[in-house]
Ligand binder design. Structure first.
Ligand code: HPA
Ligand code: ZN
Length: 348
């Protein structure tokens, strides 16, 4: 990749919108818009403790990860039936298609639903049906990653895995999310070892609010293939060297980091530093209904605030395909599509 790509600066936002990309860090429950929350609440006879959509949206004012998670789990409580899970995923996939996302690897949090008495099949079948239809109907390939909630016990994670195994062909991997501080990766070492034996891909949130030590243990004990967030890695030079050497991708979520006050301003975000150090960073939306933007909003606002260039845009899109769990022939096809898009924007 050349270090500069000659694109007129005023055309950069359009290039960011148009370029094909993969989204690798999206919690499907975090795509649940207030309008759909109220619609599902009505459908299922659930009471939402806010007067209307605007009042709910006004409550989206977070101080840290936990303040977000409390409202995110409350929002998810309107999901009851298979059709609800389908509708949520379908709404996200339509938005993704509009952003030229051609591939999505989608997190879901089964424990937040099974703990309310919703069956595992209800969750997975609804989400999976949307993923299956997105290919032919929207031109988006999509697969599912089951996340364990790290504030719950190892035993709860093992039981969740057991419940999901009859549907093993409907998800491609496992992740680890929820409250990071005080719940280090090593708490789930044995669960992740079992998932490895089952041939599941492994990823984990680490270094969002937590220290670089959590990124090290996610790599060395959980044996993850990607780190979700990982932005705290820049505090540890040896870790940065390790991530660069092993091409471990970081699924970075700039608007999430802004809204959860990981960085005070978007202009202070370290994504440029990560890329320039040779790390395989990617841009993602995390919980777009809560953080004020889907994937292209993340790209456009971050580039505007930090001064990233067309060469960075190319690298981020290329990294998203390279770090995905699709096969190599598809990666090559998407790389060709990316090259063709950039060729249309280059000044000659
Ligand atoms: N971090 C941890 N857990 C989460 C997040 C996040 O950003 N979003 C949804 N669950
Ligand atoms: Zn996340």
């Amino acid at each position: 990749m050349p270090s500069t790509i000659p694109v007129a600066p005023d055309r950069l936002p359009q290039l960011l919108r148009r370029m094909p990309k993969a989204e690798l860090h999206i919690h499907i429950e975090g795509s649940l818009e207030p309008e759909l929350i109220f619609e599902l609440a009505g459908r299922n006879g659930v009471t939402v403790p806010y007067a209307d959509v605007d009042a709910l949206r006004r409550a989206y004012d977070f101080t840290d990860l936990q303040s977000f998670l409390d409202i995110y789990y409350a929002g998810a409580s309107v999901l009851r039936q298979e059709q609800d899970f389908f509708d949520m995923a379908w709404a996200y996939l339509q938005r993704a298609a509009a952003d030229n996302v051609v591939h999505a690897e989608i997190f879901f949090d089964p424990q937040t639903h099974t703990s309310r008495g919703v069956a595992m099949e209800t969750v997975i079948n609804g989400l999976h049906r949307a993923c299956t239809q997105a290919g032919p109907a929207l031109g988006v390939s999509a697969s599912l990653i089951l996340c364990f909630l790290r504030h719950l016990s190892e035993q709860d994670a093992f039981e969740t895995l057991e419940q999901a195994l009859p549907l093993r062909d409907r998800f491609i991997g496992v992740g680890l999310d929820s409250s990071e501080l005080g719940h280090p990766p090593e708490k789930f070492e044995r669960v992740f070892a079992r998932c490895g034996e089952l041939g599941l891909h492994r990823v984990a949130h680490a270094g969002e609010e937590g220290p670089p030590a959590y990124v090290w243990t996610a790599l060395d004990l959980l044996k993850v293939e990607r780190i979700d967030h990982g932005v705290q890695s820049s505090k540890d030079a040896a870790l940065m060297a390790r991530l660069a050497r092993d091409r471990i991708a970081l699924t970075v979520c700039p608007l999430s980091n802004l809204k959860l006050r990981v960085f005070p301003r978007l202009a202070d975000h370290n994504i440029g530093q990560l890329l320039d150090a040779g790390l395989a960073a990617t841009v993602n939306s995390d919980d777009p209904a809560y953080f004020g933007g889907y994937l292209n909003d993340n790209f456009i606002q971050t580039f505007e605030a930090t001064g990233l260039t067309a060469a960075h845009a190319y690298q981020l899109a290329k990294n998203s395909f390279d770090a995905s769990f699709i096969h190599d022939a598809m990666k090559r096809r998407y790389a060709d599509l990316l090259d063709a898009t950039f060729a249309q924007f280059e000044l000659r």
